[in-house]
Design a protein. Sequence first.
Length: 239
Amino acid sequence: MILEGECFVSQTDENKESLNPEAENLKELGQIQIPEPSENIYCLTVVGQIEGHQVLPAQSKATKYEHVIPQLVAVEQNPRIEGILLILNTAGGDVEAGLAISELVSSLSKPSVSIVLGGGHSIGIPIAVSCSRSFISPTGTMTLHPIRYTGLVINGHQQFEYLQKMQERINRFILQHSRITEEQLKHLMFATGELAQDIGTILIGQDAVDIGLIDAVGGLKEAHQELKRLISEKRESLN
């Protein structure tokens, strides 16, 4: 019996599931309930490859820089957000996209802390050091190497100069936001024997701290505590 003024719309099982937040959480995250995020701390993840001007294959896990940039702008504009926690597990990717993210993070007016988990390789290194403080897990790795180029090269001399200038941009950013020296950085980038059939160096956990690239070894607890400390200092300075 249908009462006047009422309308019954049939739904497929898929539509019903999409309207059920618990089912969505179970499907996407493997659990029914997830903790509510802190209102004053924003968590940003950079995982997989950093996608830039060219779209990566569909089967690749990627972080799209056009998705990250609006999030960083929103963090800066939102008065309720007092700090950002940046978690990295990236193999690197597009150089200019990575530098764009790094520049935005470093120019935030709010405290930021990064954690390298698993890997923070290649162009992921400038992103890791762009924060106010940086951490790496004991088993986390970072690969330092010169810019690599694949594809057709036309006018080789000019192309080499362009790549050289791009490498200088990356080096300059890393040097400005970490304690590593220029001599150490270049030595690690052009070292042989660390990478098979290549040049560069793999740094693991404490090695990245000892060389001055990352501030400290630690995980989520240490990074969260440090971010809360930086937020408290920022509040005191404004009072």
